[in-house]
Ligand binder design. Structure first.
Ligand code: MG
Length: 203
């Protein structure tokens, strides 16, 4: 499986990092080794001094597709959860300044903790999906899918023009505003709608 991540998909987050507004979905990828095994703590990596959380809705692809028409795209994903797109912001800033790829800042081991998937049809409200993350018991990020610049269908259609999507692939759909640093001993708890999905520690 592969992990695809959309960047700059919420206006307020684009502004907080002083980035340009994208005219089409911007994506990058993480390898399967970026998954954090369930129940394990996130090991703070020794190559960064500024690891940021980005709390995101994550889609799961349910069938193979290439160059998927946006109107057909909803048939290619059927499950959703929340996850963290961990980012070594210090390394990313250096990469951006030099015009280099971002992989060292985004694709590192355990940089993609993901909750258990839930069928989209079982959500209370599919039109506007609420999600969020509590850091040490206090809300750090709260988002709503209707604030996305590019919809799930647009994202799936766009990515599949370049990369064949396969069953089991995951798509992080972008972070709302409020990204910030984590520190050793922090506890992160992620929510989908009002349901707690998973909790883990930084070690
Ligand atoms: Mg992100």
């Amino acid at each position: 499986m592969k992990i695809i991540c959309i960047g700059r998909n919420y206006l307020a987050h684009v502004k907080e990092l002083d980035n340009a507004l994208p005219t089409e979905p911007l994506f990058f990828m993480k390898p399967e080794t970026a998954l954090l095994p369930a129940g394990e703590p996130f090991p703070y990596p020794d190559f960064s001094k500024e690891i940021h959380y980005e709390t995101e809705l994550v889609l799961r692809i349910c069938k193979t597709g290439k160059a998927i028409d946006e109107k057909q795209a909803s048939g290619y994903y059927d499950a959703i959860t929340v996850g963290i797109d961990f980012t070594a912001r210090d390394l990313q800033s250096r990469c951006k300044a030099k015009g280099h790829p971002w992989e060292i800042a985004k694709a590192f081991d355990y940089s993609a903790p993901i909750g258990e998937f839930k069928k989209i049809s079982e959500l209370k409200c599919t039109e506007d999906i609420a999600f969020g993350m509590k850091l040490n018991g206090v809300w750090a990020q709260q988002g709503h899918s209707h604030d996305m610049i590019f919809s799930f269908d647009r994202i799936v259609s766009h990515v599949s023009r370049f990369v064949t999507l396969e069953e089991g692939d995951c798509i992080f759909t972008g972070t709302p505003q409020g990204v910030g640093e984590v520190h050793v001993d922090d506890v992160l708890e992620l929510f989908l709608e009002d349901e707690p999905m998973f909790k883990f520690e930084i070690k």
